[in-house]
Write a protein that binds this ligand. Structure first.
Ligand code: PHE
Length: 447
C-alpha cells in the first residue's frame, strides 16, 4: 500500500474546472446536438434538462459524498466507508471508465485528424470520403495512439500539476471559442430556422415518443455529467476541503448544460443555413455534415479549426478524468510511480480500443454497451448505496461546509432513495431492450 501523502486540488476553482472539464466533452459538443436532432429537437431538450437536474444532479452529489468522505479511489472508497462487499460497485465504475476511454480515444483521434484536415482543407473536396478514410483502419489506430499519449501526458503529471493546471486553461478556452462560434453562427443567412427547431418544443411529439426519448435523455445526462464511471468519486476524493458540495455540484451541472446548449447554438444554425436536417445518420454524421458545412462556408478553414479545436480540448479534458479513475486505483494500491502506471494503463486501454478503430459498427457496439448497460447499472448501484446503505452518513457529509438545513438534506436523500433510482431502473430496462434489438439485428445480418 502506497503511503505517500494523497494529492489535493490547490483551489476550489481548480476542482470545479477539472470537474467541468470532465463533464464537458464529446458528449456536449458532438453527441448532444445530434441526439437532439435524432430525437425530435426541442422536445428532447425538455426531457434532457429534467433528467439532468432531477436525476443527474442528485446522483452527482451522491458520487461527491462518497469521494470526499472516503478520500480514496472508487474501489477502495467503499471499503473505507465500511462496506467491503460494495467494492464490486466501485470496480464496475472503474471498469466502465477503462472501457469507455478505449473508444472515446478513437473518436479523440478522429478529432485530431479533423483539426489537421481543417488547417489543410483536406476534407473540403468531399467530407464523406474523408470521414470514411480516417475513421477506420491503421490511420485511425495511429491517431487513437496520439490522443491516448496526450491523455497519459497530462495524467502522468498528477492531480495538481497535470489535471488542475491543464483544465484551468482548457475549459475557459472551450467557452470562449464556442461563444465566438455561436455569435458568428448567428449571422448566417437562414440560420434562424435552426433556433426555432432547437428552442420551440413540440409537446405532442414529445408525449408520443416518450418511450424512446426518455432513455436517450437520461443516458445522455449520465454520460455528459460523467456519472457512473467513478470520475466524480475520484475527483471529489482529492477535495480535502469543506466547501459546499451542493453549490459546487450546481455550478458544474449548470456550466456543463450551458456549454451543451451553446454547442447547439453553433451547430443548428450552421446546418439549417445549408438546408441539412440534423440528426440523420449514425455516429459519423456529425463529422460528415459539419465538415461538409465548413467546406461550403466562407472562412471555412478557420471555422473548422476553431470548432475542432474546441472538440479536441473538450475530449481531452474528459479523457484525463477517465484515465485518472483507473490510475488512482493503482496509485493508491502500489508503490510504482504515477508516471509508469499512467503509461502502462494508457497502453492497455489503447489496445482495448484498437478493434473499435477498425469499424464504425464495432465502435457503435462499444458505445451501446457503455450507454445502455454499464452507466445506468453503475449509477443505480451507487444510488442504492448512498440512499439505503450509507444513508445517514451521506447526509452529514452533504451538509458539511454548507448552510443546508436538515430538511433540505433529507429531501435530497429521499430523492436519491426513490425517484432517482426508479428513473434509472426504467432507463436500464429500456436500454437492455435496445441492446437486445441490436443483437437481434446483428444475428439476422450474420445468418
Ligand atoms: N462527460 C464526458 C462527455 O460528455 C464523457 C465522460 C464520461 C468523461 C465519463 C468522463 C467520465 O463527453
Amino acid at each position: 500500500m502506497a503511503q505517500q501523502q494523497r494529492e489535493t486540488w490547490t483551489t476550489r476553482v481548480g476542482f470545479i474546472l477539472a470537474a467541468v472539464g470532465s463533464a464537458v466533452g464529446l458528449g456536449n459538443v458532438w453527441q448532444f446536438p445530434f441526439q437532439t436532432g435524432a430525437n425530435g429537437g426541442a422536445a428532447f431538450i425538455v426531457v434532457y434538462l429534467l433528467a439532468v437536474f432531477l436525476i443527474g444532479f442528485p446522483a452527482m452529489l451522491a458520487e461527491f459524498v462518497i469521494g470526499r468522505r472516503a478520500e480514496r479511489n472508487p474501489i477502495d472508497a467503499f471499503a473505507r466507508l465500511g462496506h467491503r462487499n460494495w467494492k464490486v460497485v466501485g470496480a464496475l465504475g472503474t471498469l466502465s471508465a477503462f472501457w469507455i476511454l478505449s473508444f472515446y480515444s478513437v473518436v479523440g483521434g478522429w478529432v485530431i485528424r479533423y483539426v489537421i484536415g481543417s488547417v489543410r482543407g483536406t476534407y473540403f473536396g468531399g467530407s464523406e470520403a474523408y470521414f470514411g478514410a480516417i475513421s477506420a483502419g491503421p490511420e485511425a489506430v495511429a491517431f487513437h495512439a496520439v490522443f491516448m499519449a496526450l491523455t497519459v501526458g497530462v495524467v502522468a503529471f498528477g492531480v495538481t500539476d497535470g489535471i488542475e493546471r491543464s483544465t484551468k486553461l482548457m475549459v475557459p478556452s472551450i467557452v470562449v471559442l464556442l461563444g465566438g462560434l455561436a455569435v458568428w453562427a448567428g449571422t448566417l443567412e437562414g440560420g434562424a430556422a435552426g433556433y426555432a427547431y432547437y428552442l420551440s418544443p413540440d409537446l405532442d411529439a414529445l408525449l408520443s415518443n416518450l418511450g424512446s426519448i426518455l432513455p436517450a435523455a437520461v443516458g445522455q445526462a449520465f454520460f455528459t455529467l460523467s456519472l457512473g464511471m467513478g470520475a466524480m468519486i475520484t475527483y471529489a476524493s482529492y477535495l480535502g476541503r469543506d466547501d459546499s458540495l451542493p453549490a459546487d455540484g450546481a455550478t458544474i451541472v449548470i456550466l456543463n448544460t450551458l456549454v451543451g446548449l451553446l454547442a447547439g447554438l453553433v451547430v443548428f444554425p450552421i446546418l439549417f443555413s445549408l438546408g441539412v436536417e440534423p440528426g440523420s445518420g449514425g455516429l459519423g454524421a456529425a463529422f460528415i455534415t459539419l465538415a461538409g458545412a465548413f467546406a461550403q462556408l466562407p472562412a471555412g478553414r478557420l471555422l473548422g479549426v476553431a470548432f475542432f479545436v474546441v472538440l479536441l480540448l473538450a475530449a481531452l479534458s474528459s479523457a484525463i478524468s477517465l484515465l485518472e479513475v483507473v490510475t488512482s486505483y493503482l496509485v493508491d494500491n502500489t508503490d510504482r510511480s504515477r508516471r509508469s502506471l499512467a503509461v502502462a494503463l494508457g497502453l492497455a486501454i489503447f489496445l482495448l480500443g484498437v478493434p473499435s478503430a477498425f469499424g464504425l459498427s464495432i465502435l457503435g457496439w462499444y458505445n451501446a454497451i457503455a450507454y445502455n448497460l454499464l452507466l445506468p447499472l453503475s449509477v443505480l448501484c451507487l444510488l442504492l448505496f448512498v440512499g439505503w446503505v450509507d444513508a445517514g452518513d451521506g447526509v452529514d457529509e452533504l451538509r458539511r461546509g454548507t448552510g443546508l438545513s436538515e430538511s433540505g438534506a433529507a429531501a435530497w436523500l429521499w430523492f436519491v432513495r426513490t425517484v432517482v433510482p426508479l428513473g434509472v431502473l426504467v432507463t436500464l430496462l429500456l436500454g437492455l431492450q435496445s441492446l437486445a434489438v441490436r443483437a437481434d439485428l446483428l444475428a439476422e445480418a450474420i445468418v
